[in-house]
Ligand binder design. Structure first.
Ligand code: ATP
Ligand code: FE
Length: 347
């Protein structure tokens, strides 16, 4: 079995070919970072137009890199939400066009399910497991019991952690994306100099909050500027170190609680923030203490990509899911019916 996966829900146009026995034959990701760089954020209209222009090319390239034609493909999986609606629509239209032209089955995939099922693609893990999704647009704990059986244990009530890293970088005049920059500065800083809060640790459960942390960092910055007339290199490094430690501590404590609420043998992470070494180490420690395995898939499969969509499509296809030409693009699509609507990024 070979599935074509198409992803266009945010600022990456991606297509990939994946087999039923977990081989990634090709994975093409065309990033739009440069297109949005001047605007300080993703501009939905620009993203949608760029997806529409690039999708066919990404699919052609994925087929070429795998050395296959559409004749060899079993089905087409496409992200049908959640995400920026113009981009999701462009992907769904592209997938429908191919399905109509070839007669191949079409499977709509939830973008978050793509991330959540990635450990099954990379490492063939069994259900159940716990997934902590930490990216620029998402932050949630999911208990994964099957290809379409997800329980949301908690998540951010405001910003996603990647978004918070990016905002801190902006406050400190560091380049975007902020996460890697903040991590590099933090490596040379003292995390104890600035006392930053540990939001929501005083409340039970697995919900998280990051906007207060950013505001506290802003206050520290402004106090330094008022007192000294500007920021010194050490100030910047110490603020980054304090911020990163606070995020790591909060993510670790909430993961510990999630593993108490839902004792499963594996804690997995996905999303760009999982690249952070301190955060990764903190989560690994929590998993070890709970007697669970820790798994962080390779970064190119942790961030947005088409392979995870192809794989989620294969898993859904095996359960008998098929979609028709009426498959809708959905800006919001919680993974579990009980989930509260996500705030921030419209997801
Ligand atoms: P999604 O739609 O999945 O939310 P996204 O593009 O917003 O997609 P990702 O590509 O998964 O998110 O990750 C990008 C985010 O990860 C950015 O906010 C970036 O700052 C953050 N990030 C990347 N590397 C690091 C790091 N080393 N430390 C902390 N944050 C990081
Ligand atoms: Fe994503």
């Amino acid at each position: 079995m070979i599935f074509l996966g198409i992803e266009s829900s945010c600022d990456d146009t991606a297509a990939a070919l994946v087999t039923g026995d977990r081989r990634i034959l090709s994975s093409v990701v065309s990033s739009q970072t440069a297109l949005h760089a001047d605007f300080g954020g993703i501009v939905p209209e620009i993203a949608a137009r760029a997806h529409a222009e690039r999708l066919d090319l990404a699919v052609e390239q994925a087929l070429a890199e795998a050395g296959l034609s559409l004749d060899a493909v079993t089905g087409i999986a496409v992200t049908a939400g959640p995400g920026l609606i113009g981009g999701v629509m462009a992907g769904v239209m592209c997938a429908k066009g191919i399905a109509a032209g070839t007669g191949l089955p079409l499977v709509g995939v939830n973008h978050l399910a793509g991330h959540a099922l990635t450990p099954r693609l990379t490492d063939g893990v069994d259900f159940p497991y716990l997934m902590l999704l930490v990216s620029g647009g998402h932050c949630q704990f999911l208990r994964v019991d099957g290809p379409d059986a997800f329980t949301r244990l908690g998540g951010t009530i405001d910003d996603a952690p990647g978004e918070a890293f990016d905002k801190l970088a902006k406050l400190l005049a560091l380049p975007q994306p902020g996460g890697p920059q903040v991590e590099a500065e933090a490596a040379q800083g003292d995390p104890r100099r600035f006392p930053l809060p540990r939001p929501l640790l005083d409340r039970p459960g697995c919900d998280l909050s990051f906007s207060g942390l950013k505001t506290a960092a802003l206050r520290q910055r402004d106090a330094l500027i008022a007192a000294q007339g500007g920021l010194r290199t050490t100030d910047r490094r110490d603020l980054c170190a304090a911020f990163q430690s606070a995020v790591a501590e909060v993510l670790a404590e909430k993961s510990r609680r999630a593993l108490v609420l839902s004792p499963v043998p594996l804690l997995a992470v996905a999303g760009g923030v999982a690249a952070n070494v301190q955060i990764r180490a903190a989560l690994e420690h929590v998993a070890a203490e709970a007697g669970a395995r820790f798994l962080a898939p390779p970064l190119r499969l942790c961030t947005d990509n088409g392979a995870m969509i192809a794989w989620a499509g294969i898993e859904r296809f095996r359960l008998g899911h098929r979609d028709g030409m009426d498959l809708a693009a959905r800006p919001r699509w919680p993974l579990d019916g009980r989930a509260a609507p996500m705030l921030g990024h419209g997801k």
